[in-house]
Structure formats: C-alpha cells, structure tokens
Design a protein around this ligand. Structure first.
Ligand SMILES: O=C(O)C(=O)C[C@]1(C(=O)O)C=C[C@@H](O)C=C1
Length: 411
C-alpha cells in the first residue's frame, strides 16, 4: 500500500496548544455538507480544491526532480504528497463500481481519517491491498473525498469490541449518499510510545484518539502512570505530535508502525485492555455493489419508526420491524440508535399530559443476508410498513477472515 503524507486533506481540530504541523498549503476545511450544516457551500469547497490544486501543482513543478515520472505522488518538504488535479479535470474511474469490489486495491485511491500509521490506514491496506491510501484529517473529509472523485473508496471505523460504536460515522452515513461496499475487522494492538530515552516516570500526559484512550483505560491505571489523558484526532497523529514537538513529558497511544514512522520508542506493548481488541471498518463507494448469494453477505439499513401516535408508536413499531427479520430466521448482528436530528424531541399534546417529551431515533441495523435473497427482500417490504423512513446503506460481503490475536503485521 502506498502511503501519502497527510499534508493534503487535513484540517486538524485538536486544540491550538496541540497543533502538530503548520501545513505548507492552506488546509481544506471540512466544509460543504449536503444539509448545509457547516459554513462553506459545495461550490466554495470545489473552488478551494481547485485553488489548492493549482498551487500545489505549481510548487510541485518546481520541486520535481527531472527523473520523476510519477504524476500522482511528489515529494514536498520531504513529505510525499498528493499531486492534485483541478476538480474539472478529475479522471474518470478505472473500474465500473457496479461490479463487485475488486479483490485487490491496486490503483484504487482509498481515503481514511488520520495520518500514516493510523489503524484506519492499516484497515485500508487490509481491505484493498496495494491501494493508494489518502489521509484525511476528519471523517467528513473522507466522505467528501469520495463524493468529489478525489478518492474511489473511503474506509471508516464504525465499531470497536471494547469502545462500542463510533457514532460520528453513523451520523455521516445518513447525511451522505455513499454506499457500504464491504467491511473489514482489524485486530487493534496498542503501544505506549515516547521519545527515545524517556522513561515512564517522566510522563505527565498521555494523548491519543478517544477510542484508543478508552480501549487502554484500565491498563494505563495498572501501569501506575500519574498522567492526564488528552484526546486528539487519531492515534498516529498523537505519535507525530510527540515526535515533532520533542515532548519528553508526553506519551502517545498508537501502533508500532507509528513508532517506526515517527522515530519513537515503545515503552509498553499491547496495552489494550483486552487482547481480543478488534475494530470493524466499512468501505464506502459512490455506487453500490451488486448483491450476491454465493458467499455470506451482510446488509446494513437505517430506518425511523412511524411517529403517528397510533398502534405503531414507540417500542411496538420497533418490535414489529425486528420480528420481520426473526420470522425469516435472519440474524441481526448489530442495532444502534441515534437521535433523529430533524425532529429530536416530540411533544405529546395529550389531553392528559401536555408536556411529555419523547426522543425520536434513527435505528441502524445490520443483518446477515444478501439483498439478492428473497427472504431479505420480503423482510424489508414488511419493515417498510412500520417505518416512516428506510434506506439500505449497503449489501456487501461479510469479513469472514479467521480470528487472530491482536498482534498483526498490518500494524
Ligand atoms: O486513530 C486511529 O488510528 C484510527 O484509525 C481511528 C480508530 C477509531 O476511530 O476507532 C480506529 C481504530 C482504533 O479503534 C482506534 C482509533
């Protein structure tokens, strides 16, 4: 897998005291969203991409050595960067996304959140060996990279065996129109990293991604460290921050690959609270894949139950939806609820109680069946009767890779 430097799709949101690098080029701000939630609109965002692209292209022309024949990757300031092409000239994809996802990721550009050495980068490599991994500083930017054809796929964490769901990505799946085309499960093996020569006794602070901090919570206490814990955008970014700022009182929780990349020593190895620590990632594309029946498939849906106050209300509707799967022997592997952003609170204007408030939720369900199977189609036809909103996020091959302990070469 080719790793590109993070200097492109980056807008760090760590506090200014934690800022890691001053990017040479103005960062692309997480900007346009379809709901217009964030300040800048789509046109502005595209313009920014184009301006950035031409600036980078100009500077890179000067920087390119005469023997460089690679037009997609260039060295700037010692960092490998993406050679951007103005938006209007973006190349057409090499593959037809309606065909099954390729087994190998050669030529595929895969966006992930974080910087090189992040677990998401490892997940991109597991999902699409040989792909070109494109670091993005926020999940939203990874979605946008695919929507704007800067990347062909995005790989995003959705749940962890210790920390639970990564809610942000559930919300983004709903807000964006990308399709889930696959999943990978990655054993996550955390290390405590510090500058060479630093001892545990010197540490006053440990920084990492909030999920990683949560996954190591008990082990950090057991190590007897008298440290504050601070959250940053990703694990490898934490390692990079310690290294670039020469911090001798701060350790990062990250992978052993991050230690190698940023020249840190491993103070403690395997500090996740459970050796079976696994994160599940989904792969996203602009188009869905055609569901099949010749191998195990999973389907992910999101729905809202009807809030009509009649017989379908509340738990009754949810029960009916879930029984549509149970009656057909379809196993559910996951159910998650998230607040319904468009109507977060419902006031029941009853004759009796005029002030009662109920939260409205979106339900995300993963079930073990392919949309090519009649039983799955029938289940969804029935589900539709009890829902005010239903969307299939994707029907995709299940990750059936055999269980292996958390230490892997991918990290
Ligand atoms: O920070 C990283 O390295 C990531 O890839 C993100 C992430 C996550 O969001 O859960 C991925 C896997 C681990 O669970 C910890 C962090």
């Amino acid at each position: 897998m080719q790793a590109l430097s993070p200097s492109f799709l980056r807008t760090r949101s760590i506090p200014s005291t934690h800022r890691i690098i001053t990017p040479r080029h103005p960062p692309i701000r997480c900007a346009y969203t379809q709901n217009g939630v964030v300040g800048v609109n789509r046109a502005d965002y595209q313009t920014m991409c184009a301006i950035l692209a031409s600036k980078v292209a100009c500077e890179q022309r000067a920087d390119k050595s005469s023997n460089s024949s690679d037009h997609s990757i260039t060295t700037v300031n010692g960092h490998r960067t993406l050679d951007l092409i103005p938006i209007g000239n973006l190349p057409r994809p090499l593959t037809n996304d309606l065909s099954p996802a390729p087994l190998h990721g050669a030529e595929l550009r895969v966006a992930y959140q974080g910087v090189p050495g992040a677990y998401s980068e490892a997940a991109a490599g597991k999902a699409y060996p040989g792909c070109q991994a494109i670091p993005c500083d926020q999940f939203e930017v990874a979605f946008q990279a695919v929507e704007l054809w800067i990347a062909d796929r995005a790989v995003l964490p959705v749940e962890n065996s210790l920390g639970g769901s990564i809610h942000r990505n559930y919300d983004l799946l709903l807000r964006h129109r990308l399709h889930i085309v696959g999943e990978v499960q990655l054993p996550v093996h955390h290390c405590l990293l510090a500058l060479p020569g630093v001892r545990k006794e010197y540490l006053t602070r440990v920084i990492s991604h909030p999920q990683a901090l949560a996954q190591c919570e008990h082990t950090l206490t057991k190590l007897g460290l008298n440290v504050t814990r601070e959250a940053v955008d990703d694990t490898a970014g934490a390692a990079e921050y310690v290294a670039h700022n020469g911090l001798r009182d701060t350790a990062a929780i990250a992978s052993s690959r991050a230690a190698e990349l940023y020249g840190l020593q491993v103070l403690a190895d395997g500090i996740q609270d459970d050796s079976g620590n696994v994160t599940r990632f989904v792969m996203l594309a602009r188009d869905p894949i055609i569901p099949r029946t010749d191998r195990p498939f999973k389907t992910s849906i999101v729905f809202a139950t009807q809030g009509d106050g009649g017989s379908n209300k509340g738990t009754s509707a949810l029960f009916k939806v879930l029984s549509a799967f149970a009656f057909r022997n379809i196993s559910l592997t996951k159910i998650e609820s998230r607040p319904h952003r468009n109507s977060p609170i419902r006031i029941i204007d009853d004759a009796n109680v005029g002030t009662a408030k109920h939260f409205e939720y979106m339900f995300y369900v993963d079930f073990e069946a392919s949309m090519a199977e009649p039983r799955a189609q029938n289940a969804l036809a029935e589900v539709q009767e009890f829902t005010s909103f239903l969307r299939v996020l994707g029907s995709y091959p299940m990750d059936m890779s055999p269980w292996s302990p958390s230490r892997t070469d991918e990290q």
